[in-house]
Ligand binder design. Sequence first.
Ligand SMILES: Cc1cc2nc3c(=O)[nH]c(=O)nc-3n(C[C@H](O)[C@H](O)[C@H](O)COP(=O)(O)OP(=O)(O)OC[C@H]3O[C@@H](n4cnc5c(N)ncnc54)[C@H](O)[C@@H]3O)c2cc1C
Length: 350
Amino acid sequence: MTDTSPTADRMLAAYTTLRLGGPAGTVTTAVDTGEAIAAVRRATAGGRPLLVLAGGSNVVIGDAGFAGEVLVLRNRGVEVIAESAGEVVVRVASGEPWDTFVAYAVTRGWSGVECLSGIPGAAGSTPIQNVGAYGQEVAHTIAAVHAYDRIDDVQREMTPAECRFGYRSSVFKHNDRYLVTAVDFRLTREDLSSPIRYAELARQLGVEAGDRVPLELARETVLKLRAGKGMVLDPEDRDTWSVGSFFTNPVVSAAFFAELTAARGELPHWPGADGTVKIPAAWLIEHAGFPKGFAGAGVAISGKHTLALTNRGTGTTAALLELARTIRDGVRDRFGVELHPEPVLINCAL
Ligand SMILES: Cc1cc2nc3c(=O)[nH]c(=O)nc-3n(C[C@H](O)[C@H](O)[C@H](O)COP(=O)(O)OP(=O)(O)OC[C@H]3O[C@@H](n4cnc5c(N)ncnc54)[C@H](O)[C@@H]3O)c2cc1C
């Protein structure tokens, strides 16, 4: 269904969790995969810019909006495509709400995504930035990604290696070649969670890292932890009018980290890949002088989490990015570390 109604009805703010973003040229809502592919083909053939949106929870859209075609994915479906005594492979349509699927998996006794409870958005968006939280990421359970390739005009079944998953990244991020149509997840059939890897979650559960807990308990505990940080969507709570974490955790070389601690003293960190060091962006932001609640014009750092930049109801994308720049520059001046945005910026820049 294509909507070319007056501009007010095409404001992209209505499609984003930040509730920010100007008008679209047209908005097409696809309720099945065939319709979605047809819309992408039409835009490609007409040479018109295309923006794919699902839950709108990881995009920052400029106040001028997006002059091209916006395709909103509402294709749904969850189907078991293979099963054995110990495993199940489930195909999830790209527009299926992610947390609905997680809740369903937990109820069915399918283990592997329970710690990703409460993440907003759609299932097909999870491979885009290799969604992760509380020690799990979708790269651990994705068996294949089904995608329509706009360049070769074919549908592909992509292996995890072809998806090139990294920390909050994949071949799909900042790349409009592919429309993800469905994702296959390989989950284990058991009533226990995968081993709890995240220290804060283990503490909250009263278990050791590496222990396993009933699936329901893992889900409930993650949801409780997330809600306390404003990381579960709640229309009444403006601390959740965000994109979740605005910045990724910076990854620096071991040599740079040694220099930093020599100059600034001990700071929290985790080992990264290949000898690198990951530093919590929230710690850097707070210690650069930006506490929770630090505000700009109609926008502010969440009162519950330093990494979430929020719209307080009267904000604009320009004001949000101004706040983000102030924070980024402050962290750079204090620590010499560059913060990078986690969401995809559309028709705007940091
Ligand atoms: C309160 C809150 C908490 C969050 N917590 C987390 C967290 O713990 N961990 C985490 O990793 N993220 C988190 N996020 C970020 C976000 O929820 C995830 O990245 C989510 O997967 C985005 O899904 P979406 O459907 O909203 O994507 P959208 O915002 O609609 O799209 C994001 C990007 O993916 C592209 N895209 C979306 N679907 C497709 C598709 N089918 N094919 C091709 N491209 C597509 C879009 O074009 C856009 O570039 C959080 C966000 C919020 C608001």
